[in-house]
Ligand binder design. Structure first.
Ligand code: DQA
Length: 155
């Protein structure tokens, strides 16, 4: 694959509906780690890399869309998004990401392709740089690692 020319310096982590319940929500699927744990871990990694990171979770589609639109003026240069259930329903959130033209990675904690058929279509994947699905909460960290250094192999 070609060398990527961007490295992110101002990253937005977007969490869709019901992800505020991580830790207690269907732990057999999503595990025991909370959203606060995930964000704390990403904050540390971002601080080590000396980059800015912001977090936003909301259960409302319009609030997520408004936050994406804000990226047109707040300097965000990379988005890591778990659209949660809106993955499978939201043309509007897809359109917001297409409008701002900011590169993004789509993350899912579970493997959406091994679950119910209605979860096996995403309105985001064809616009995304890449998709991480099924690697648990580690997926967020891997996405951040990629955003920070898309060309680097770590050994
Ligand atoms: C999810 C998968 C979605 O199908 C589901 O609606 C979620 C979480 C995941 O992270 O595995 O809320 O995006």
């Amino acid at each position: 694959m070609n060398e990527k020319e961007y490295t992110a310096t101002n990253i937005l982590i977007l969490h869709g509906p019901n992800l505020n319940l991580l830790g207690t929500r269907e732990p057999e699927i999503y595990g025991a780690v909370t959203l606060q744990d995930i964000n704390r871990n990403l904050s540390k990694l971002a601080a080590n890399a000396d980059i800015k990171i912001d977090f936003f979770q909301n259960n409302a589609e319009f609030a997520l869309i408004d936050r994406v639109q804000l990226c047109m003026t707040d300097g965000t240069d990379f988005i890591i998004i778990n659209p949660a259930a809106y993955t499978h329903t939201s043309v509007a959130l897809r359109d917001a990401l297409a409008a701002v033209k900011i590169p993004f990675i789509e993350v899912h904690i579970s493997n959406i392709y091994s679950r119910e058929s209605f979860r096996q279509h995403s309105y985001f994947s064809d616009l995304a740089i890449g998709v991480i699905s099924g690697l648990g909460v580690k997926g967020y960290e891997l996405a951040l690692q990629y955003a920070l250094d898309p060309n680097q192999l770590h050994n």
